[in-house]
Write a protein of this length. Sequence first.
Length: 196
Amino acid sequence: AGVPWQELDARLQQSVDEGTFTGAGLLICTAAGVCYERSFGADTIDTTHLLASATKLASTTAIMTLVDDGLVSLEDPVDKYLPQFGPVRGAITIRQLFSQTHGLPADHPAIPGPGKDNGLTLEQAVDQIAMDASVLYPPGSKHDYEPAVSYHIAGRIAEVVTGQSWAALFDERVRLPLRMDSFTYGETQNPRIGGG
């Protein structure tokens, strides 16, 4: 009550009319139920759009549950769990992986495109990254938004710590508790943990 829904309607319709989007839709819910549900242009209320980088928040949430449970620390170095990264790359902390101050490249051929499968497991992909991903600048020296490789490494650390596959630990720690019936990283053992 008292919410100016007509202003929101007008703004969404404007985005369609100006060609910003061919269609738009929005669903707003509270614990009491649906407050707002509208679609505009080419979209219906059932239209689904893939969001770039939509997995980062969900992935971070899963990994942060390990921090909350005391299984990992944000200050832990990568080589504590993945010794194959050696002394320089292995000294990168989980915090640096998340804050994009790790110094690693943006992407790697072992990481599939969003919604794709390249036949590797997350373990195999991270082992390939460990073999040939170079440090581009000293870890912690600057911020550079390069999430694919860093999130892959963090996801593999989560697998090592829990002894579970990414899919199983994500289901247990995020998807099932939040009743996320339609969330998916795709049908792959090598999910794009950051940027899927």
